[in-house]
Write a protein that binds this ligand. Structure first.
Ligand code: NDP
Length: 400
């Protein structure tokens, strides 16, 4: 039992707070802190729980301010659900106060759309010295996708040779164009070059230039595009014998048409431009125009399907398995007034906090989730609204 501090009161933070509030046997006090206090107050108001809840205003870009909040509240764990820009400052604040740290997205500098663990992995000696755990990328993908791979490595395969992570949102929110999580981060991610890993080398392709139809359970065949995604960077290190790993995500033709227009007009630019005597960043301006992802839930219908296709050997025979979760937008709205993309990202860091607070995941230093025992986490996924299934995979995948 202990206290938990959630930083960030957006789509994912809303889910995490409401999920913590359902688990009084682990969390005995919850604080939600963010840049805009009104969003924290709204979440608190909507949360039905016996657990005491507090809210606070914090600028998580400021280490001193964040550390001061942490030392006043004294949580066991800080769950960082602000933006990737705040990862390092929140990690520094956790080190200063001797607190465990969890996030769902790796650090990215504001001025360059480049997400990588290269900034956070070097914190390992510092967290070791502090005797605390920093759990990186504990959302759904990265997060559960890594844990599916760790589970497969532990229980299903002697050796995994190929992994294809597939992510499908077969939902409909009724807006002409909206992103399912923070628009700035989302558009920065998908307009980068695609990248995958094969036979010990990274291979780069033009953005959205490789796609195929994957036949998703429940959702059916959907065009899926190869993207670089952050879990690839850690899984190549932590899955033995791996020869190839790729990540695929579905986008509708409507989404791609909007994205092309955004890019053609330069609305995805992250450098400052001069507009009527003021400096503005076009992508931030675009974010202000787009629907807030946390508001999409009310009208969202359909499902997300996210999973890992694993290809390898067991007892000398080639086997292929598909481990996946299906999440329903409308069901999620009933439970936590959200949508399935925020839900699939917001529940896993709560389970991560439970793993640390119950002593099921122990360790000092910086960890990616696949380095820890997948079994208790997999059990909690089934209990906490993200049930998973494993089936033999009989479908087709593009050759390398
Ligand atoms: P939102 O933009 O909806 O929420 C971000 C929140 O962080 C907002 O409340 C925002 O405050 C707050 N914030 C931003 N800057 C600061 C700051 N300096 N100090 C304090 N609070 C701050 O984003 P999402 O909820 O959609 O995403 C949250 C995180 O989850 C992102 O890092 C995203 O990449 C990650 N994610 C991970 C996924 C996974 O599966 N691994 C999937 C989806 C998302 P304000 O309201 O004032 O702007």
């Amino acid at each position: 039992m202990g206290k938990v501090l959630v930083i960030g009161a957006g789509g994912v933070g809303n889910v995490a707070v409401k999920k913590c509030a359902q688990i009084p046997e682990v969390f005995d006090e919850i604080m939600v802190a963010s840049r805009s206090i009104e969003k924290c107050e709204k979440i608190k108001k909507e949360t039905k729980t016996k657990i005491p809840m507090r809210t606070a205003k914090v600028d998580a870009d400021n280490v001193k301010e964040t550390a001061s909040l942490i030392s006043k509240f004294e949580p066991e764990v800080v769950i960082n659900l602000a933006l990737p820009y705040q990862d390092l400052t929140i990690m520094d604040a956790c080190l200063e106060t001797g607190t465990h740290y969890i996030d769902t997205a790796n650090y990215e500098p504001r001025e360059e759309a480049k997400f990588s663990y290269s900034w956070q992995w070097p914190y390992d000696p510092k967290f070791k010295k502090a005797g605390k755990m920093a759990l990186l990328g504990c959302g759904f993908d990265p997060g559960v996708s890594n844990i599916f791979c760790a589970y497969a490595q532990k229980h299903l395969f002697d050796e995994i040779k190929n992994i294809d992570i597939v992510d499908c949102n077969a939902g409909s929110h009724g807006h002409p164009f909206a992103t399912n999580f923070n628009p700035e981060i989302n558009i920065r991610e998908i307009t980068q070059k695609g990248k995958y890993w094969e036979k010990g080398k990274w291979k780069e392709i033009e953005p959205m230039s490789m796609s195929f139809d994957f036949d998703y359970p429940v959702a059916g065949p959907k065009k899926s595009y190869l993207l670089f995604h952050e879990e690839l960077e850690s899984l190549v290190k932590n899955i033995r014998g791996l020869e190839r790993i790729r990540f695929w995500m579905t986008f509708s033709q409507n989404y791609i048409t909007h994205l092309n227009v955004i890019q053609n007009l330069g609305l995805n630019r992250i450098d400052e431009i001069e507009f009527e005597g003021k400096k503005i960043v076009p992508l931030k301006f675009l974010k202000a125009l787009l629907p807030d992802p946390s508001s999409l839930g009310a009208t969202y219908t359909g499902k997300t399907v996210i999973g890992c296709v694993l290809d390898g050997t067991k007892n000398g025979k080639r086997i292929r398995k598909f481990i996946y979760n299906v999440c329903d937008h409308a069901e999620v709205y009933k439970e936590v007034q959200s949508q399935a993309v925020s839900y699939t990202a917001g529940v896993p860091p709560v389970i991560g906090a439970m793993m640390i607070m119950k002593g099921l995941w122990k360790g000092k230093g910086v960890f990616n989730v696949e380095q820890l025992n997948p079994d208790p986490f997999m059990e909690e996924l089934n209990r906490r609204g993200l049930p998973w299934q494993t089936v033999d995979f009989k479908g087709k995948l593009p050759e390398g």
